[in-house]
Design a binder for this molecule. Sequence first.
Ligand code: IDP
Ligand code: MG
Length: 153
Amino acid sequence: MEKTLVIIKPGAIQRELVGEIITRFERKGLHLCGIKMYQFTDKVVSEHYAHLADRPFFKRIKDSMMITPVIVCCWEGLDAVRIVRSMSGGTNGREAAPGTIRGDFSMSVQENIVHASDTVENAKVEINRFFKPEEIFEFKPNNFPFVYANDEV
Ligand code: IDP
Ligand code: MG
């Protein structure tokens, strides 16, 4: 089943929104298969945001990701990448739709609470960036038959 990576950013750690964010994904029916606290280094954050290396705010977003540890978590489910992106909302918290994480908790483009993988391919790369294989746990939760119909899984 599809997996995706979420990073609960330092702004959310400072504002003590960790439980709120995890609860949203749990309630949706996504399955948590890896989670840990993690301190970014300049090397890893540069790699993670390499697609923004030529932008004027690159150093600023890197610094903001290193202010405190983050929580990295891996969520599993059918279409998990697309669902977690849509639950996270648009990049700019001021424009993100109400009901999304960014729409409900962010007033900023930079300080937008969470990172979520944008494609299945990138999700695989990002999960490998933060987790060793043995830190991702493969098991079927008991609620499975109530989350999905037989013909969906
Ligand atoms: P995404 O997180 O919605 O996928 P990306 O374009 O991949 O957005 O940018 C990664 C992160 O860089 C954003 O989540 C945000 O924290 C920051 N960022 C993106 N664009 C800007 C900007 O124009 N100003 C400041 N920070 C930005
Ligand atoms: Mg992105």
